[in-house]
Ligand binder design. Structure first.
Ligand SMILES: Nc1ncnc2c1ncn2[C@@H]1O[C@H](COP(=O)(O)OP(=O)(O)O)[C@@H](O)[C@H]1O
Ligand SMILES: [Mg+2]
Length: 236
């Protein structure tokens, strides 16, 4: 698919296929087109051309069906600051729960995923960036989407918070969920993603399992793979 903002072509060639139950990472530097791609897949932006299918549904003609299956965590999302964490989770669960029992299960799940325990009783305005991110991830995953689209889930988090978030994401796929995430942190994705696509200047330049890519380029990490792919593009 392709996408331009005015005369600027943000996405030149993006082709990807995600399999059920995997953690798929879109990896690349700032400005590569990760957020634009994710926003298109979540039906928030329309591609200029190309076709996208998610779980068999066509993105342009069946957007409503797709929205029911996807949960999206935007890059710069905030939560309602005047609510407590627990009230925020309840507020969201009200929209998605089928009945009262389901509502309580959902909230309980959100509480667990957030890992915020007693701090859920305090207002979101008092949370650190890491705590807010964890609350938002809980919100995105507690509704049990078929596909969770997480834009830079660990960006700006300290080591411990980032590790917790990665574990949470892994746990989610163990229970059958599928994850598409973006990251500009090429080192963390090795431990997190089953498969990755390296994206640069609006193009996917390489796709594969992190281990296979490292082998192919005889590299010790994905940062080296990326550097090598860019160096080679057009010449090798
Ligand atoms: N609304 C917009 N209007 C114009 N240009 C945009 C807009 N959103 C993103 N861009 C540009 O498109 C390119 C890709 O952006 P983005 O998808 O946010 O990249 P990433 O998430 O990989 O950092 C960047 O050059 C960015 O400046
Ligand atoms: Mg982005």
């Amino acid at each position: 698919m392709r996408k331009s903002y005015g005369s600027f072509q943000a996405l030149k060639q993006i082709d990807l296929e995600i399999e059920q139950g995997e953690i798929y990472g879109l990896i690349g530097p700032n400005g590569a087109g990760k957020t634009t791609t994710l926003r298109i897949l979540c039906t928030l932006l329309k591609p200029d051309s190309g076709s996208v299918k998610i779980f068999g549904y066509d993105l342009t003609s069946q957007a409503d069906e797709i929205r029911k299956l996807i949960s999206y965590l935007p890059e710069d999302a905030g939560a309602y600051k005047e609510l407590t964490g627990i009230d925020y989770l309840k507020f969201i669960a009200r929209f998605f729960a089928k009945d009262e029992k389901h509502f309580h299960q959902m909230v309980e799940k959100g509480v667990q995923i957030s890992g915020l325990s007693d701090r859920l009783k305090t207002k979101v305005s008092t949370y650190s960036k890491g705590m807010t991110r964890r609350l938002l991830i809980a919100r995105a995953l507690m509704i049990d989407p078929k596909l969770a689209v997480l834009d830079e889930p660990t960006s700006g988090l300290d080591v411990l918070n980032a590790r917790e978030v990665r574990n949470t994401i892994k746990e989610f796929t163990k229970n059958g969920g599928t994850v598409l995430l973006s990251s500009h942190n090429m080192l963390e994705v090795e431990f997190l993603c089953d498969r990755i696509s390296l994206i640069n200047s609006g193009r996917i330049v390489k796709t594969g399992a992190p281990q296979d890519l490292k082998k192919e380029f005889n590299a010790s990490n994905i940062e080296e793979v990326f550097t090598e792919v860019i160096r080679c593009s057009g010449t090798c």
